[in-house]
Design a protein around this ligand. Structure first.
Ligand code: F0G
Length: 368
């Protein structure tokens, strides 16, 4: 009989802070494809996979954490939730709040979130406020609202979010049979690198389950975590927060990451690093993914791929290894970048008359 994926909470219930009595708020998130990246594998001489998180219900990895956060909100008796966002968290919060029957308020930096993400929050009925400030300012306000007003904070400073997001690591190990050697991903507010590291660590040792006793280790090792930030928004590379972060990759336009310490721990305990890639490198990787691998992502999501390509060019990617790159959000979130050529000009679709001979000639086809 066909098996319907039940969302990350039900699939990994024994490794999450839930019980049989928990009322689960889910839209069926997780269970995303681990796609063999043929061209990146050929390029590097390692076996490279893409964890395609754009396939989640709202088109980004945020849904993994949001199912947990919204479940916790309902459990806490909340009536309303709030988050700050560069766009994907707000889209996810709005959808999951709808599923939970809760009110949702989202704070986004004015003019700095993509049209797709803005439409999602509006479509799901969230109250969207554009703040005259950047993401870090929005998160400040959201935290204060959560502390002093009757609203439940669903940003990744809420540990429920990290719990949900760690399931990405579980799925990768379950698919590969062991942990990869290297895990590559973009870093913004740094929740995801923290969550993946937590997931990999928990799967590599016996785990004290709240409901199922001691679970055996699933993997024999943990990967090195390679994080990449946009060069104009790279506080981990600078070693301190940045006050005016800037990048075309609006998803990761963040100067003061909330999960600072856990991201540093993920980097150092795993033997990895967090480095930067330029906007041009991000856009090149964005084009590489869509044109060579068949995977369409939003620019911020391409930062990990940009980093791998850059490291390879520097001769710093080992061969014969297994490498997983999380591509975090769907290309349709922010499609305008696909319509830009390498030299920055707009792609103009060719117009043709309603006539097969002209169409064939335009396509370079000769009649049989
Ligand atoms: N990729 C995408 C597509 C994102 O939307 C984000 C973060 C990241 C990567 C970075 O992940 O913050 O866990 O290090 N987006 C947040 C938001 C900030 O509001 O949607 P992180």
């Amino acid at each position: 009989m066909a098996h319907q994926w039940r969302g990350v909470i039900r699939e990994y219930a024994d490794r999450l802070p839930v019980t049989e009595a928990t009322k689960v708020i889910t839209l069926g998130e997780g269970g995303t494809p681990l796609v063999h990246a043929q061209k990146l594998s050929e390029l590097t001489g390692s076996t490279v996979y893409l964890k395609v998180e754009g396939m989640n219900p709202t088109g980004s990895f945020k849904d993994r954490g949001m199912t947990m956060a919204m479940t916790a909100a309902v459990e806490a008796g909340a009536k309303a939730v709030v988050c700050a966002s560069t766009g994907n968290t707000s889209a996810s919060a709005a959808a999951y709040a709808t599923a939970a029957g809760l009110k949702c308020a989202v704070l986004v930096p004015e003019g700095k979130i993509s049209m797709g993400k803005l439409s999602q929050a509006i479509a799901h009925g969230a109250t969207l406020l554009q703040v005259d400030g950047n993401f870090d300012n929005c998160l400040d306000i959201a935290r204060k609202l959560g502390d002093s007003y009757p609203v439940f904070l669903v940003n990744s400073v809420n540990p429920a979010r990290i719990q949900g997001q760690k399931t990405g690591a579980f799925e990768i190990v379950d698919a590969l049979g062991d942990a990869p050697d290297i895990h590559v991903l973009p870093v913004g507010n740094a929740g995801n690198i923290s969550a993946y590291w937590k997931g990999y660590k928990e799967y590599s040792a016996p785990f004290e389950s709240a409901t199922a006793g001691t679970l055996p280790a699933v993997s024999t090792k943990t990967p090195a975590m390679w994080g990449f930030q946009a060069a104009g928004a790279a506080p981990f590379v600078a070693g301190h927060p940045i006050t005016e972060p800037d990048t075309i990759a609006t998803a990761i336009r963040i100067g003061n990451p909330a999960s600072w310490d856990t991201a540093i721990a993920a980097r150092d305990e795993s033997g990895g690093f967090i480095e930067a890639v330029t906007d041009e490198e991000i856009l090149d990787a964005h084009r590489w993914l869509s044109a060579k691998e068949g995977v369409f992502v939003e620019p911020g999501s391409a930062a990990g791929v940009a980093g791998l390509i850059k490291k390879h060019a520097a001769g710093e990617v080992p061969t014969g290894k297994t490498i997983v790159i999380t591509v975090t959000g769907h290309g349709l979130k922010d499609p305008q970048w696909a319509l830009r050529t390498e030299d920055g000009s707009e792609v103009q679709p060719v117009k043709v008359p309603n006539d097969v001979v002209t169409v064939a000639s335009e396509l370079g086809l000769e009649e049989n």
